[in-house]
Design a protein around this ligand. Structure first.
Ligand SMILES: [Fe+2]
Length: 449
């Protein structure tokens, strides 16, 4: 079914309440000033007004399921530790020893019974209480009257994800996420495990990353190889708080793609993912998306996966959420693609792109993560081993697969122009409505002081 929405036709498919358009939010047609992309004073204010007052995605529940499991989360100038405490609750601490300020935890993830500072071996319980000051008799008692526990920060979990906030007075996480939480909960991310985790430094402002990942307008120019199997004219929904979502129809060629009929090699991959043998497929490229939906639904029913809760669109397409400020989540019933755009400690012209793929292993089921996610064949998909984070430095090809490598090459080029005196600020189309929405929330929070 094709219906007219905004300024372009959308192939949304079978109607379903999940797909219903969110009420419109109109941010007008203004042109924001560009210093947000490069100014150091802007970045400093942004850290204090936005990052220090938001819920920030720190890790996944899969990394902190058992008592003593911890994950380190670095962002901007800060580092935090999320840990499952002895009483089963989640705690977060600044990753700072109260003695001399040393970082306490250097590993990315792991499991421990207590924290020991690498500098003078002070020890702390999982809940942050100091349990040992080395040579405590050499301290005057008045010195140890000062608080020498770890500094806590807010930590809450929702939809299988763990968030922290430096703002002690912030509203509960579930209120913060309310506009999209019921949708995220459908995917049961808590039962998935990280099967791949990569982190690379890119030469652009973190918002350059957010912006590039929140629109499909650039696909034809930067990722032309996606045109044969991805429809880039999509439904966009905006929610209060700077949140948004977008459906990207898969197994459906872009209207820009010249051959709308042949089942091309890209679509064949998507058919195979759904358990359809492309050699026996009788339909055209206009039928493949519906065939994928139907095959996935039948397979899920046979395996008893409870996928009746998903719309057809959710089965075939990428359903992508933006979480203000710096997170995007690509949701699929089989697997979830997490993206974080992490600001640099001091340089507004750099950020760290952090990406995880989460997958739910079902013993004996003929299921796999979508092939387009490009997972290596030798990965442990069972969730038994937590993979190490694979890091690449600035300027190194990140090895994230063709599409993401293309973005990593392009973003420094965009950043270089955005820093120029000649750039007067972005001009956004309605295909970039999620960008306008994100920047409107950013402006609102920056102006709040
Ligand atoms: Fe891209």
């Amino acid at each position: 079914m094709t219906y007219h929405h905004n300024l372009w036709d959308i192939h949304i498919g079978t109607p379903h309440p999940f797909n219903d358009k969110a009420p419109a939010i109109d941010h007008g047609a203004g042109r924001p000033t560009p210093e947000r992309f490069h100014s150091r004073s802007y970045a400093e204010a942004e850290w204090n007004r936005v990052f220090a007052r938001s819920w920030l995605l720190a890790c996944t529940v899969s990394d902190v399921r058992e008592t003593g499991d911890f994950a380190r989360f670095d962002i901007g100038p800060e580092s935090f530790i999320v840990v499952r405490a002895e009483d089963g609750s989640l705690k977060a601490h600044y990753n700072v020893c109260p003695h001399r300020g040393s970082r306490l935890v250097l590993a990315d993830t792991g499991s421990i019974s207590q924290f020991t500072c690498p500098f003078h071996s002070w020890q702390f319980a999982l809940d942050g209480q100091n349990i040992a000051v080395t040579d405590h008799q050499t301290f005057r008692p008045e010195v140890l009257c000062h608080d020498h526990n770890l500094t806590p920060l807010r930590c809450e979990e929702a939809a299988g994800l763990v968030f922290v906030s430096m703002d002690a007075g912030i509203a509960p996480l579930k209120e913060w996420l309310a506009p999209i939480l019921p949708q995220l909960e459908l995917y049961d991310i808590a039962s998935m495990n990280v099967v791949q985790h990569r982190r690379s430094d890119w030469g652009a402002n973190w918002k350059g990353g957010v912006d590039a990942f929140a629109e499909t307008y650039h696909l034809h120019a930067v990722h032309p190889q996606t045109q044969c199997l991805m429809d880039d004219r999509t439904q966009i929904d905006l929610y209060p708080g700077g949140f948004s979502r977008q459906f990207v129809p898969f197994a459906q060629p872009s209207p820009r793609f010249p051959d709308q009929q042949s089942v091309n090699a890209g679509i064949e991959i998507m058919l195979k993912d759904a358990g359809i043998d492309p050699a026996g497929f009788q339909g055209s490229a206009q039928d493949s998306r519906a065939a994928v939906q139907q095959a996935k639904r039948q397979r899920a029913a046979r395996l008893g996966l409870g996928w009746d809760k998903f719309s057809d669109t959710q089965l075939s397409d990428s359903t992508i959420y933006s979480l203000f400020p710096n997170v995007q989540i690509g949701c699929h019933p089989e697997a979830v693609f997490l993206h974080r755009f992490v600001p640099h400690a001091t340089d507004p012209n750099q950020f760290t792109y952090d990406t995880c793929i989460l997958y739910r292993h079902i013993e004996g089921a003929d299921l796999a993560a979508p092939a387009w996610m490009g997972l290596a064949a030798d990965l442990d998909m069972t969730g038994d081993t937590r993979p190490d984070i694979v890091r690449t430095a600035l300027g190194e090809p990140p090895g994230l697969g063709e599409v993401l490598d293309q973005d990593s090459e392009l973003l420094p080029i965009v950043q270089a122009g955005a820093r120029s005196r000649g750039f007067r600020g972005p001009l956004w189309s309605e295909q970039e409505a999620r960008l306008r929405h994100f920047h409107a929330e950013l402006d609102r929070r920056m102006a709040a002081g």
